[in-house]
Design a protein around this ligand. Structure first.
Ligand code: NDP
Ligand code: 13P
Length: 333
């Protein structure tokens, strides 16, 4: 098959390799001329520097990319998603399958990517939508290390199509799901908790504190996913707890690194500015806080994290607030 990828950063270029390994032809569109040249001329991954298959082509031209295929992988940061989709809708000439691999919630609207696609892509241009997510550091997938993902769609046939497209017996196993909300919301909110976990490490708190924040963070992710209409079982799966495990305790995670820097004393702006690649979690903290207000959810960790990223509270004060809450029975739903 021909597959188009929008966003040739760490993840987009890595998935291009997997798709190529599976016998597909891939064109990547990126706005960064340097990345495009690295892929086309040097045949190397723009971030990781290792060789990638020479058949992968990159271009700055959106129309050329959309004309290449009726399967489009969305891999730009969520903050750019609406703008990119608006541009796509103007150029599309056929019904297209959108596969979203970005993990975020839109800042101003708190919408998930499937909702942005519905708003921006005309019905005549939309074949369907699949969210593909799970514990998958690009740094490992580019080395073809064993990884599992979940492909979620309201349309079972399309979820199966994406499962077949990305699965590779040597290193990639894809499951299907019908819970788009659960996969998208869990994938976004795990980034919020990964930042919190990084902050705890940066403050010099121990592994006990990190385990506490991750475990109680799962409760908050669950509350958000259920409030938005997702399923509990999805939170327990690859896109929820699975991705939280890989993100909230790894230096490969940009979100964890961002938290680490905040915990060591950088401002949020300094921490974000020092990481070249996309960090989605700060916006996820804002979105989680807003969703909590809208649905009247108890989200102590996310609410304290919100005050920290807003500069209203130090991480130390936030920790004190969390520890001094009224004592209660442990409950998860
Ligand atoms: N890295 C990983 O391991 C994984 C990442 N993800 C998710 O994938 C998404 C992308 O992450 P990742 O690839 O790591 O991020 P990167 O920052 O590495 O890449 C994003 C790419 O999108 C481009 N881009 C930014 N804005 C626009 C725009 N307006 N129009 C077109 N292209 C744009 C960037 O160009 P420029 O450099 O010029 O800004 C860059 O090439 C995120 O949501 C992330 O959570 C999911 C799974 C794994
Ligand atoms: O989502 C990821 C791994 O599954 C990547 O996480 P970071 O964006 O924190 O690097």
């Amino acid at each position: 098959m021909n597959v188009s990828i929008l966003g040739g950063g760490a993840w987009g270029t890595t998935l291009a390799q997997t798709l190529t390994d599976n016998g597909n032809l891939v064109v990547i569109r990126d706005i960064n001329k340097e990345f495009v040249e690295k892929i086309n001329v040097e045949h190397v991954h723009p971030f990781f520097g290792m060789s990638i298959p020479s058949s992968i082509r990159a271009t700055l031209d959106l129309k050329e990319t959309l004309d290449f295929s009726d399967v489009v992988v969305l891999c730009v940061p969520t903050k750019a998603m609406r703008m990119v989709l608006k541009e796509c809708n103007k150029e599309l000439t056929k019904p297209t399958l959108f596969i979203n691999v970005s993990k975020g919630i839109e800042p101003e609207t708190s919408l998930r990517v499937s909702e942005i696609v519905e708003e921006e892509i005309d019905e005549k241009n939309l074949m369907g939508y699949v969210a593909l997510s799970g514990p998958s550091h690009a740094e490992e997938v580019i080395l073809r290390k064993a990884t599992a993902l979940v492909a979620a769609s309201k349309n079972e046939a399309l979820a199966c199509k994406v499962q077949a497209l990305f699965s590779n017996e040597k290193y990639m196993r894809v499951y299907t799901s019908d819970d788009v909300i659960g996969v998208e919301a869990g994938g976004a909110m795990k980034n919020a908790i990964a930042i919190v976990s990084g902050v705890a490490s940066g403050m010099g708190l121990g592994e006990n504190a990190r385990a506490m924040l991750i475990t109680r963070g799962i409760k908050e992710i669950l509350s958000i996913v259920l409030a938005l209409g997702g399923k509990m079982e999805t939170v327990y799966g690859l896109s929820g707890i699975g991705d939280l495990i890989v993100t909230a305790s790894s230096l490969n995670s940009r979100n964890f690194q961002c938290g680490l820097k905040i915990g060591r004393g950088m401002t949020v702006e300094e921490a974000m500015g020092s990481i070249v690649q996309s960090v989605e979690g700060v916006r996820a903290i804002h979105a989680g806080h807003e969703i909590g207000i809208k649905y009247n959810l108890e989200l102590p960790i996310i609410d304290e994290a919100f005050k920290v990223v807003e500069g209203k509270l130090s991480a130390k004060e936030a920790l004190h607030n969390l520890l001094s809450r009224s004592l209660k029975t442990e409950k998860y739903w």
